[in-house]
Design a protein around this ligand. Structure first.
Ligand code: ADP
Length: 479
């Protein structure tokens, strides 16, 4: 009895040591030596936007939450998002005098997804989008610049002032709020398996950076592990045309959550719907935000000719790009576009932009036919002036391209977003093949399917992961 008590005290000391380690000044905690069980209210797997939003909702509801992140840094693909966060009816839009409606957002998203989307999920996405922005603004985030991305009737892509990349701002905002409320994020800690008992998910088996397995018991588990855009085997399994494609994804996007959910009977939806982003840098898969085109850039081929409506949906632009010589094209823009979008400064610093004081200099450096380029620009600038694109019917041409310097970035399509995934309902509960919720299991963000249908509109991923991340967090608490 005495010995058992002693062992109990030692056990308690070990657990307290781990928890106090986990609660040390930085909230990104490297686990170690903890082959013990931990018990909490909610475990969130994945620290991208969906996971962070879910965790914050849990904590705000007064429950305990642990976030597991297999990579050394938090943020996942969310950190790479640049274009914007779509929302209709936000205070930021009102300040800028931009009109928009939930109905227009819903219609655009369904149309963009070829009506393959789950309308109930899309309705929630649109309805709760403005509140998602207000929530982030209330935590001190900067989402005050609003731009237009492809497929949107109205200007609704929220991003930091000056058009800076949106993903880092989302991660930074949520991370500070989580740090303030003392939520533990265990980095370099991979979730391996969901623990199921009597058809109910009751925890997770995880492994720390030293390869030690441990168990977290929880009332609810939220899967926010992102997509599988960096898992070439899985990509080709669902779409053989993607063999050999590059990817814009971070290396942790390997579809772990989909596999874990399937093991406990989750249904998948639209899993073969994989989006390629038309403007990635061929050498490294680095994605150039759609906002560059939104702010006025055009796409040209090596012959110096335009070949598509630059603001057509991503699948259409990707297909047009693949039909060009070398299967790539060039984003072409001038100083006016560069001055309008901070993100471009970052591209220049990375050395992926070709620059020229004159059109001839640029054409020569980039390997583009100079005469045709000049003729293309004369035509295009006339279309801007007359507000009618006679070649490709592009509606949104915010500025002419005639101010030196001139810039070009070689781009081609790369795997970008896996639109299908785990089937969820409007409460972010994970559904099985019979459409019944699997008790204790919730999912949000890119790991799920249904929101984007057959084609995701730029700016909708961020809305998806904040809106459904929050819902998953709240549902997990209500469980
Ligand atoms: P979303 O946009 O849906 O939030 P992200 O790609 O931004 O998705 O984030 C998902 C995060 O989940 C990434 O940081 C990724 O490293 C993490 N992750 C993926 N699989 C696991 C796993 N098995 N265990 C822990 N973290 C995981």
């Amino acid at each position: 009895m005495k010995n058992r008590k002693k062992l109990g005290i030692i056990g308690l000391v070990v657990v307290l040591a781990i928890i106090s380690f986990a609660g040390c000044s930085s909230n990104d905690v490297k686990t170690g030596n903890n082959d013990v069980n931990i018990t909490t209210d909610v475990v969130v797997i994945g620290s991208g936007g969906a996971g962070l939003a879910a965790a914050l909702e849990v904590k705000n509801a007064g429950k305990e939450v642990i976030v597991l992140e297999k990579m050394p840094i938090i943020g996942g693909n969310t950190l790479r998002a640049t274009g914007g966060l779509n929302a209709a009816g936000s205070s930021a839009q009102a300040t800028l005098g931009l009109e928009d409606t939930v109905e227009a957002f819903f219609t655009d998203t369904m149309k963009g997804g070829y009506d393959k989307n789950d309308p109930e999920l899309v309705q929630i996405l649109a309805e709760e989008s403005a509140e998602a922005v207000e929530w982030l603004l209330s935590m001190g985030g900067d989402f005050n610049d609003v731009g237009k991305l492809a497929g949107a009737t109205n200007t609704r892509a929220h991003r930091p002032t000056g058009g800076a990349p949106v993903g880092p701002e989302v991660v930074k905002t949520l991370r500070s709020a989580l740090e303030e409320s003392g939520v533990k994020i265990m980095t370099e800690t991979i979730a391996l398996k969901l623990i199921e008992e009597d058809g109910k998910v009751i925890g997770v088996i995880a492994e720390d950076k030293d390869g030690k397995e441990f168990t977290i018991n929880a009332t609810s588990v939220v899967l926010a592990t992102g997509g599988f855009g960096a898992n070439s085997t899985m990509l080709v399994e669902y779409n053989k045309d993607l063999e050999g494609f590059g990817t814009t994804n971070h290396s942790g996007a390997t579809g772990d959550g989909i596999a874990m959910a399937q093991e406990v009977g989750a249904a998948l939806v639209d899993i073969e719907e994989i989006q390629t982003h038309p403007t990635a840098v061929p050498s490294n898969g680095y994605m150039i935000t759609e906002a560059v085109r939104g702010n006025g850039a055009i796409l040209i081929n090596r012959d110096g000719e335009r070949f598509v409506n630059e603001l057509a949906t991503r699948d259409v632009v990707s297909a047009a790009m693949l039909a060009q010589e070398g299967k790539t094209g060039f984003l072409f823009f001038d100083q006016g576009v560069t001055d309008s979008l901070k993100a471009i400064d970052g591209y220049i610093k990375q050395g992926i932009v070709t620059e020229g004081e004159t059109l001839e200099e640029l054409a020569e450096k980039a390997g583009i036919n100079p005469e045709n380029l000049k003729a293309t620009l004369t035509d295009y600038n006339q279309y801007v002036a007359s507000k009618e694109d006679k070649d490709f019917g592009r509606n949104d041409m915010p500025r002419s391209l005639e101010n030196s310097k001139y810039y070009a970035i070689e781009v081609g399509p790369a795997v970008h977003h896996t639109m299908g995934g785990i089937k969820i309902n409007t409460e972010a509960q994970v559904l099985n093949a019979e459409g019944k919720a699997i008790a204790g299991l919730y999912a949000a963000g890119e790991v799920t399917g249904g929101v984007h249908g057959g084609n995701r509109l730029g700016g909708n991923a961020l809305t998806d992961l904040i809106v459904f991340g929050r819902i998953a967090g709240r549902s997990a608490v209500n469980n």
